[in-house]
Ligand binder design. Structure first.
Ligand SMILES: [Zn+2]
Length: 404
């Protein structure tokens, strides 16, 4: 593979430019706490391969106009694969996480593993050939997976709804198929990394709740995801588990948050009440429908879930001394009732923790896209390498090989 090797300061500098836009070398030096020559070397190396571009602004008053450095719109890109229980897609994304091209994958948990690898691989190669015409460097292929995954081993682990894929080294297999650097991470962890890479407010310490088909919860300490010894983002979903109760969970207990406050649980309850047609897979639209229904039971389902999740998250934040709780996932993205219930919880006196919603943090950009692209940027940060797309001959032969 044709690689660009990066300086140690490069990942932090790329993230800083993503969050803040154009910066002078002096301001980058100050923000990153490194020397002038270090910034000069790193910016020169990235300008050479087209990732950064320098802009000389108009002179204001006396002295030289300050030259600012920014991400080039035609430099860095990533390919983001999002695999969820309800939908899956492959996207080509610009440096700031803006989608350029999208392919729906149509993969479900019934798709045989080898077939899924081939579907993903073919889509990645198609997007890579588009990328080679529009960008100069590919950060990596990032897979955001809606279940447990191990970044270090590039593997799917347990638990997840994709039972036939457990323990499969999907990142390695897609990398072998495409010849492009590939990494996988759990969706909730990827979202924490996305906040750390993209959020202009730059919170370093926070807890992130993902209230989706399942429930995830991951904290960020000093700008990095932190899971504790168990390394399971799903742990938060099983808070409240009891030895007896009415709703049995796969964790072995009853009435934990997964069985009472997840979108799957809300859907099941709404079906029992006859509020929605059975078996709906469009979870975002389902939550929006419930949110606007006249029936008080619909509202109560969303209120109760938002209240319960926010209450447990606040307890956790207070215990860990975290000043911020970010709430996201289908429930909070699509239900004003759930957001209001969470805000009421956080308005309780006696603490300094505030709530923010993921949708406002990402201001209009797609949450799944930012999760997937942050897996690619995490990989770039760990390996300090990226793939040079100008080597189209190499990419061309890969595409040709696949076409045979
Ligand atoms: Zn449980």
């Amino acid at each position: 593979m044709a690689h660009a090797d990066f300086s140690p300061v490069t990942p932090a500098m790329l993230s800083k430019l993503t969050k803040r836009g154009g910066q002078t070398r002096i301001s980058l030096q100050t923000a990153l706490g490194v020397s002038g020559p270090t910034i000069a070397r790193a910016t020169a190396e990235l300008t050479d391969i087209g990732i950064l571009a320098a802009n000389t602004g108009a002179a204001s008053g006396k002295g030289r106009p300050a030259e600012t450095i920014d991400l080039s719109a035609t430099g860095l890109c990533s390919i983001g694969i999002s695999i969820r229980a309800d939908r899956s897609s492959a996207r080509l994304l610009g440096a700031r996480g803006n989608a350029v091209e999208c392919i729906e994958l149509g993969i479900t948990q019934e798709t045989p593993y080898q077939e899924a690898v081939a579907t993903i691989g073919d889509s990645v190669l198609r997007l890579a050939s588009i990328a080679a015409e529009r960008f100069t460097v590919l950060a990596a292929v990032g897979i955001s997976f809606f279940g447990s995954a191990d970044y270090e081993q590039g593997k799917i682990t347990t638990p997840s709804t994709f039972k036939a894929w457990h323990h499969k080294p999907i990142a390695r297999d897609v990398e072998l198929f495409t010849g492009l650097p590939t990494a996988i991470e759990n969706y909730s962890i990827a979202l924490v990394n996305a906040v750390n890479w993209f959020d202009a407010e730059e919170p370093a310490d926070f807890f992130l709740v993902v209230a989706d088909y399942g429930i995830g919860g991951v904290s960020s300490i000093a700008g990095r995801h932190f899971l504790g010894p168990e390394r399971r983002p799903s742990g938060f979903g099983h808070i409240g588990s009891r030895p007896t109760g009415t709703r049995l969970c796969h964790c072995g207990g009853y009435d934990c948050q997964m069985t009472t406050a997840s979108v799957r649980a809300i859907r099941d309850r709404a079906e029992e009440y006859g509020l929605v047609a059975p078996g709906r897979g469009d979870l975002g639209a389902l939550i929006r429908d419930l949110d606007t229904m006249e029936d008080g039971r619909a509202r109560a389902l969303l209120d109760d879930a938002g209240d319960l999740l926010a209450g447990n998250a606040l307890t956790l934040c207070r215990g860990m001394g975290l000043p911020l709780c970010v709430l996201g996932g289908v429930l909070f993205d699509h239900s004003a009732s759930a957001r209001q219930a969470a805000n009421r919880r956080f308005a309780d006196p006696g603490h300094n923790c505030r709530a923010r919603f993921l949708a406002e943090v990402f201001s209009g950009r797609d949450t799944d896209d930012l999760a997937a692209t942050s897996v690619a940027y995490h990989h770039l940060s760990q390996t300090r390498k990226a793939y040079l797309l100008q080597h189209q001959q190499e990419l061309g032969s890969l595409l040709l090989r696949r076409a045979r």
